[in-house]
Design a protein around this ligand. Sequence first.
Ligand code: CAA
Length: 254
Amino acid sequence: MKFESILFSVVEKTAVIKLNRPKALNALNSEVIKELDEAVRMIEADPQIRVVVIGSDKHFAAGADIKEMIEMNPEQARAFGFTPTFNKLENLTKPTIAAISGYALGGGLELALVCDLRIAGPDAKLGLPEINLGIIPGAGGTQRLPRLIGASRAKELVFQGVIIDAPKALQFGLVNEIAENPLEASMKLAEKIAGKAPLALKAAKQCIAMTAKTDIRAGLEYEEVAWSSLYATKDQKEGMRSFAEKRKPTFIGE
Ligand code: CAA
């Protein structure tokens, strides 16, 4: 597939996805979602790619494309919805980082919420303004936001449709950090994570995802199996031997 609505590149071991509809402040339309879906498929299939950064040159994304949605009926809205693609992105076995510049609103913030980590620029403006359009967040906002920042704070944002700045987002725990250049900071973080053992990263991500699905007892059992299974990997031997031999490990993903 030829990408037009997104820009896709691979830098060392990091896949970089940039949304590419600057005139519409990167509003997410069907084309963007189709291309994002394909990019996720390519990333999962490529063992050379260890980490993913999603960002933009200016605005992260000002939400789903309102103009495309105006005349939709419920069936069309459901078919337009981003949940299948966002779920695939969330379930990627590789860590994902959202580099948030400018607006991350509605579906744009929901895209950032799907990522494992979020770095905001000082100019970042985040919110779920769907209530002002007579709808609710429909790409995971009512589910992922409360799990991340708590129901009370999520309601504060969703009921009023307010837009918050980067310091407030940091205070809420909505973003991990604020960086002058979020894309650059995300690439640096990606490089650090890309040097870790891929199978351990995959297991860590899957175990942490279990916290949203199970009670702690089942989660601990899942962790025990995942943890002990890693002792069958070459990277576990390499990691522990390198410690004993006082050298840096080289992980191969096996
Ligand atoms: N959909 C379609 N077009 C959009 C858009 C969106 N979400 N956001 C911005 N644009 C377009 C504008 O229509 C405008 O296009 P034209 O030049 O052709 O008129 C262009 O981008 C620039 O936008 P503005 O002139 O409005 O820029 P501004 O600086 O004055 O305001 C803004 C910026 C506050 C982000 C404002 O554009 C805005 O409020 N956008 C909509 C935000 C929003 O409500 N997002 C939620 C969408 S619903 C959703 O996401 C549903 C879901 O859960 C999946």
